[in-house]
Write a protein that binds this ligand. Structure first.
Ligand SMILES: NC(=O)c1ccc[n+]([C@@H]2O[C@H](COP(=O)([O-])OP(=O)(O)OC[C@H]3O[C@@H](n4cnc5c(N)ncnc54)[C@H](O)[C@@H]3O)[C@@H](O)[C@H]2O)c1
Length: 322
């Protein structure tokens, strides 16, 4: 069997490819990625093994998808996206094209190939500003930025395909990611803070920093995806599951980074306050309910935020020294 990962050169995708290789030792694994934000550099060595095909290609091009979907493709993990509020605001056409049209084309190709499992990666951005807590999968979908709008549209395309085309789909809505993957791009708030500390820059905190976020370790997300692939079809087909971790304010995160930085770098780490991004959610609470994922796939976040910050520091210092 072949497993296709879209966005396999990215933060989640690169780590997922390594884990799938370990947990599905009989399978071949193909990635399609157009390398706009991702980079195969850190998993390039896998190319020496015939089990892995790391392709450069675009999910908005049918010909590229045809090459990526080997005839025996049984599972698809769809991660390719223009991710995050900032990039979607900067490149709206690419965001709509990749996140919506690309998802449509991929679903069509998956139906054609009789794929058995299709996991699509979505985001807590679909909820917008929380209207009630905890935020379960039943919370209204009220995105307040283009990123969230494209993710809601992609979810609806996925659901329509489940309802009318018989594709066994599952959507995973991720909260904010942190932690080490094969390729760690330092762009989400925790990796960014660590990178700023190591590079002698102040930690840039948006607004007053009292806004809460839910933080989930990238390796816990990867576990959720593999658990989903392994779960009985009837447990996950047509499901949407929140995948979350621990709720902390941005100030709390900054304080952990400052403390850890003082220990690891032996110097003061400063902070600077700046304005929110256009369309960024500001909320003093972010209780993210992943109970359904616990019941359906036995998901639990295993990593603590402080542990994830410590490993990011060690990695940043090691790679800076290399
Ligand atoms: N990182 C987070 O905090 C977070 C939170 C919630 C949801 N997500 C979602 O998780 C998924 C993975 O995100 P990530 O953090 O790994 O981001 P990433 O940017 O590291 O990975 C996305 C990958 O998709 C590729 N890509 C973009 N457009 C493409 C196209 N048209 N064709 C083929 N490849 C394309 C990029 O080159 C990149 O490698 C995304 O769907 C994202 O929306 C991420």
């Amino acid at each position: 069997m072949n497993i296709l990962v879209t966005g396999g050169a990215g933060y989640v995708g690169s780590g997922l490819i390594l884990r799938l290789g370990e947990e599905f030792s009989e399978a071949t694994i193909t990635s399609i990625d157009n390398l706009t934000t991702g980079n195969y550099r850190f998993i390039e060595y896998l190319k020496r093994d015939k089990r892995y095909r790391l392709l450069q290609g675009d999910i908005t091009k049918s010909a590229d998808l045809k090459k990526a979907l080997a005839p025996d493709t049984g599972m698809v993990a769809h991660l390719a996206a223009v991710p995050g509020i900032k990039l979607c605001n900067e490149k709206p056409q690419d965001a709509i094209n990749t996140n919506i049209y690309g998802t449509h084309l991929l679903l069509e190709a998956a139906v054609k190939c009789s794929v058995e499992r299709f996991i699509s990666i979505s985001s807590a951005a679909v909820y917008g500003t929380p209207q009630k807590h905890p935020i379960s999968e039943e919370h209204p979908l009220k995105p307040i930025n283009l990123y969230g709008v494209t993710k809601v549209s992609a979810e609806q395309l996925v659901e329509a395909c489940y309802l009318t085309r018989g594709l066994s789909t599952t959507t995973l809505r991720l909260s904010n990611l942190y932690g080490l993957s094969a390729y760690t791009p330092w762009k989400t708030v925790i990796p960014r803070f660590v990178s700023q500390a190591v590079n002698n820059e102040p930690l840039t905190i948006r607004a007053d920093g009292k806004q809460k976020r839910n933080f989930v370790h990238v390796q816990d997300v990867i576990s959720a995806i593999t658990r989903c692939f392994k779960a009985p079809r009837q447990a996950v087909a047509g499901e949407t599951l929140n995948i979350g971790g621990h709720a902390l304010s941005v100030n709390q995160i900054a304080n952990i980074v400052v403390q850890e930085g003082q220990q690891k770098l032996n110097k003061e780490v400063s902070k600077a306050y700046t304005s929110l991004e256009l369309g960024e959610v500001y909320t003093s609470d972010f209780e993210y309910d992943y109970e359904r994922a616990s019941k359906k796939i036995g998901y639990e976040p295993e990593r603590e935020v402080s542990q994830g910050i410590s490993e990011l520091f060690d990695y940043a210092l090691k790679t800076k020294a290399e």
